[in-house]
Design a binder for this molecule. Sequence first.
Ligand SMILES: [Zn+2]
Length: 319
Amino acid sequence: MALTDAAYQSEPGGPLDVERGRYDRIARTEGRRLVDSFELPIRSGRAWEVPAGHVCRIVTIEGPQVADLNLWNRHDPRERMWASRTRQLQAAHVSRYDRLWSTLPFLRPMATVTGDSLEDYGRDEEGGRVHDLLGTRCDPYVRTMLSGEEFDYHCHSNLTRAVSGPPWHLTEYDVHDVLNVFQCTGLNDRDQYFMKTCPARVGDYFELFAEIDLLFALSTCPGGDLSVPMFGPDAGDAEAVCHPLGVEVYEVPQQALAGWEPPPRGAWPASTATEATCSQPSSAARDCSVSSASPRTTAWTTSDSSRASQAPRDSAAEA
Ligand SMILES: [Zn+2]
């Protein structure tokens, strides 16, 4: 193995060795039951639930459009997508069979990619690839910092509004680094992040299988297909290149789920467990670790947004 090979590897059959046959069965569309669908207008955000064992498909229904995605454990928002670890465990751009991993101390696959109509895009002549984990969401703070302008429909703002208030009760602090769906990005020869025009066409899709009960939030980026630079001397208003997106949630037939079960949260050495990270006394740390290894969690029912952001870790550990 060369030192330039992937640094993070597992043994054959290990956690990074996805059973492709299983996800091929899950990806089949026959027998699926549509349980939710909606259209996400331009420059807006929305949050919705995707239960474990369901798939969620994001579709370009009218034209190319970039979408910024956040994921949380539906029952404990402290567990959320960890973009940087996913870059290390999978790749900086994800496609079919890649998984989106959660933050510590959970560290488990939250979702697995089961469909990607752009998977053949590969690496273009400028080094661009699609479905980006390199960058993060656009936000009003960087907009004001770089251009002096105010704009209230950046992805950070859209995602914040989508999860604030009932029924989710999350806050701006819960919004995290995103997966940029349909977004073509790379690093130039000066090692700087670039964004190219979205290569998606009408009918393209990106599909995720929920490994645990998830809360999704998505923003239709105000940059639309990103063909108009957001910053710099050529920056302009991209509203004309913005398009709505379609979202579909399907129940997967039981036979396609044979042998699958929600993954447990990551193993946790007892010596690491302290009262700072576990609500139980340190002498009971192993019990805490073992009991919370169950994928079952207590329903998250707080109605107070400030408490919500502090997350009911205690109840999750007691589940
Ligand atoms: Zn954006």
